[in-house]
Write a protein that binds this ligand. Structure first.
Ligand code: UGA
Length: 439
């Protein structure tokens, strides 16, 4: 099939290259010419394990190219819309201008019988509005919403082997036509028995925001338990293990620590609240305010804990921060809890050095007033305290004995409950973590 992908960020670039693996002929369109140039040279514009290899093989097949001109999308049977929906400045609502622009730009190339398939995370009601626009301008063209659930760090795996396919379709025969096109796109995934949920536009849009809200709630739930554990001397990691054995609860996304960040969970719960307000149903989601508040409190608590271990004052204390990305295996620093904490420590007078295996270039560009180091050893040189804020495997694997040689004081704060407490304390470190007793 001939397919176009509009918007080649995380979602779109991975989707475009993956669709080639499914046997299609794909053009990825993005307004950013630099990005288009990189992608055409098989260079990933972001860090994502496995993506550059996939991009290389897909380009080598001759069935993938990237372009800055939407005219190149003409003749595609399906046009995927994969642009971003960031939070509006100063508001909770999602900024839909890129989605709107993408769909409007497609109107000039769209032909009857072709399908516009939205993948971006949008407020419920967007697809119905866009469907009217598309059908009004190009009678016979179709619009479906087909949300994406990929996680950064697992983007390739999640795209090629999703745990479900969700189709939000128009009613009647148009819906049948749209479904047939999507089934053809995903034929190998459908044939593998992947569960499909075939529904209307509104449900499909809500599936995505509901899923991210649930995940955020799960994380904030365990972080609320961590607050209680701190007040009582209980251990939140054992608590999570114990309740996680109940498969109605499950252990995944119950890792207490510094909480969630990134380009999705924080803005999606806020946009969901804003949309509920517009719909007159804001009460239904007031709990998400609490989810957000618990999450932000963890950052404050981390700063407080750092001050506490630095004998009550951060002034002039050398603090090493391990991790800048919002999560491991990513160079994404959008709403990164780690950088947020690093900046607050610096504001309070600490001499902060941040390191990260992949996110240093982005961090330097966005946070020029922070000080950065290439390695954990460099960051921790003569440090009064070491904070693990993003749980990269290389930080989990640090040898506490050797690492103890570089610091001034062996004090470690494990912001992700990721280190082996016994090994670190055995090597003479004082160990503190969110939701656990001091070690
Ligand atoms: C999230 C969802 O997991 C994806 O399913 C969704 O498709 C994506 O948003 C999206 O909307 O595009 P992602 O933002 O890549 O994916 O990251 P997650 O793996 O969900 O992690 C989010 C944050 O939660 C990270 O900061 C992570 O450190 C934190 N987290 C995660 C915890 O604090 N505790 C946990 O137990 C799990």
């Amino acid at each position: 099939m001939k397919i176009s992908v509009i918007g080649c960020g995380y979602l779109g670039a991975v989707h475009a290259a993956s669709m080639v693996q499914l046997g299609h002929d794909v053009v990825g369109v993005d307004v950013d010419e630099r990005r288009v140039g990189l992608l055409n040279r098989a260079r990933a514009p972001f860090y994502e394990p496995g993506f550059e290899d996939l991009l290389g093989t897909s380009l080598a097949s001759g069935r993938l190219r990237f372009s800055a001109d939407v005219a190149d999308a003409a003749g595609s049977a399906v046009h995927f819309v994969c642009v971003g929906t960031p939070q509006k400045r100063g508001e909770y609502a999602a900024d839909l201008r890129y989605v709107q622009a993408a769909v409007e730009s497609l109107l000039s190339v769209l032909a009857p019988g072709e399908l516009v398939a939205g993948k971006s995370t949008v407020p419920v009601g967007t697809a119905a509005r866009l469907a009217e626009l598309v059908e009004g301008k190009v009678p016979g063209a179709l619009l479906a919403w087909n949300p994406e659930f990929l996680r950064e760090g697992f983007a390739v795996q999640d795209t090629l082997h999703p745990d479900r396919l969700v189709y939000g379709l128009p009613a009647g025969p148009d819906g049948e036509r749209a479904r047939a096109l999507l089934d053809e796109v995903y034929a190998p995934i459908v044939a593998a028995g992947t569960p499909q949920v075939v529904t209307d536009h509104a449900t499909a849009e809500m599936v995505k925001t509901a899923a991210n809200s649930f995940l955020a709630t799960k994380i904030s739930f365990i972080n609320a338990m961590a607050e209680l554990c701190e007040a009582t001397g209980a251990d939140v990691t054992q608590l999570a293990d114990a309740i996680g054995h109940d498969d109605r609860i499950g252990r995944k996304f119950l890792n207490a620590g510094l909480g969630f960040g990134g380009g999705c969970l924080p803005k999606d719960i806020r946009a969901f609240m804003a949309r509920a307000g517009e719909l007159g149903a804001d009460q239904a989601l007031t709990f998400l305010r609490e989810v957000d508040a618990i999450n932000m409190r963890r950052r404050i608590r981390m700063v407080d804990l750092a001050r506490e271990v630095c004998d009550g004052s951060l002034l002039g204390k050398r603090v090493a921060v391990l991790g800048a990305a919002f999560k491991p295996d990513s160079d994404d620093i959008r709403d990164s809890p780690a950088l947020n904490v690093a900046a607050q420590l610096q504001l309070q007078g600490a001499v902060v050095r941040v390191t990260d295996p992949a996110a240093l270039a982005n961090s330097r560009a966005e946070w020029p007033h922070l000080d950065f180091a290439d390695t954990p050893e460099e960051a921790a040189e003569r440090a009064d305290a070491v904070l693990l804020l993003t749980e990269w495997q290389q930080y989990r694997d640090l040898d506490p004995v050797a690492f103890g040689e570089v610091v001034a004081r062996k004090r470690v704060l494990d912001g992700r409950n990721a280190l082996d407490r016994e090994a670190w304390t055995a090597a003479g470190w004082s160990y503190r973590a969110l939701g656990r007793r001091a070690g």
